[in-house]
Design a protein around this ligand. Sequence first.
Ligand code: FDA
Length: 393
Amino acid sequence: MAKHYDVIVIGAGAAGLMCAIEAGKRGRRVLVLDHANKVGKKILLSGGGRCNFTNLYAEPANYLSENRHFCKSALSRYTQWDFQALVAAYGIAYEERKHGQLFCQESAKDIVRMLLVESERAGVRIQLRCEISAVAQVEEAFELQTSLGRYVAASLVVASGGLSFPKMGASGFGYRLARQFGLPVTETRPALVPFTLSGAEHNRCAELGGVSLEAEVSCNGQSFREALLFTHRGLSGPAILQISSYWREGDEVLIDLVPQVDLAAELLEQKRQRPRQALKTVLAEHLPTRFVQAVTGDWFENRPLADCADKTLEEVARRFHQWVLKPGGSEGYRTAEVTLGGVSTEALSSKTMMAKSVPGLYFVGEVVDVTGQLGGFNFQWAWASGWCAGQYV
Ligand code: FDA
């Protein structure tokens, strides 16, 4: 015997729970199914366990998509201030970090607890450890075959996320389901992901593992000035994660390792003031010593400033301001924070998130071709798109 609901949501993550809560508040009988053993696993993991749950400056320009306009409707109807107000109403302590990023002060668990209380108040039923083997449209409803039996609902919401972090339960389920119903899916690739390097650059970075500095990283017309971190595999840190979303296999990345200073002017000035000072010593006043050490002899010869021609100093400064690097690849979905691309926005209503050609079928959150930059934007999209669908399912 099939169990009947008004709405079935696949995925008990940020987008799925928000949608379920809103639908439940409207009196809909809602069931959330998830194959994981816990709800909101990515929420718990996010922001180093403190969940960067939204961003005060979230706006459409912070999102990538084949249709940059698609996210506007949802983001304007459920805003960062709406979610901030919800968090505040639950008395959850949070703080603003740089660039408007809001983080829990205690633990990401607070956000999951809040969503669970909201779900319970809205009468939402959540069923974990549920494997979904088939979905079919039968007349006006959707019928799901699962490891826990057969379920039927008039509205089906796909909130199963993207491909990143497979160990947290990520799967290509949502994309397969979209294709099954004839909906286009744009090319997917890992985003907000560290770069890997090969050859000499790899060896240099491996040696520098753990060193970090502020850098301005540019690629394909985008630039980010944030921390850059050397790792044993290549490069990471916010600056690299941000630019990775704009980088394609084979592209070069331009890195300014000293964006805070005009290094040529500084070296020429120091040559006048401290001519006996070693070039390496002056560089180490603006860059991590280990980095300067690693490129000594390769990027510059270490001599007293007085022994360096002005032209040479200008050339040295250029090396540090314009480090051109060709990443060998990225660390892939294993460590990517998000998946770029997904269910094509062309196939969905930006107001309801429903598939235009399949009444009753909705897609929300990361599974959709809308990807935020680093800084709480991805959760804001999950809340906003989930909230919107919740008004119509
Ligand atoms: P999400 O992936 O959260 O949920 C999907 C759910 O569907 C999961 O519970 C999964 O188990 C379930 N599911 C998948 N396949 C299924 C199947 N076949 N059957 C049943 N259930 C299935 N963003 C941000 O804004 N701020 C931050 O601080 C961070 N930090 C961060 C850290 C790390 C390490 C990662 C990996 C990601 C982030 N993110 C982030 C990104 C953010 O976590 C992500 O964008 C949202 O969780 C997306 O929410 P969704 O609900 O769409 O998917």
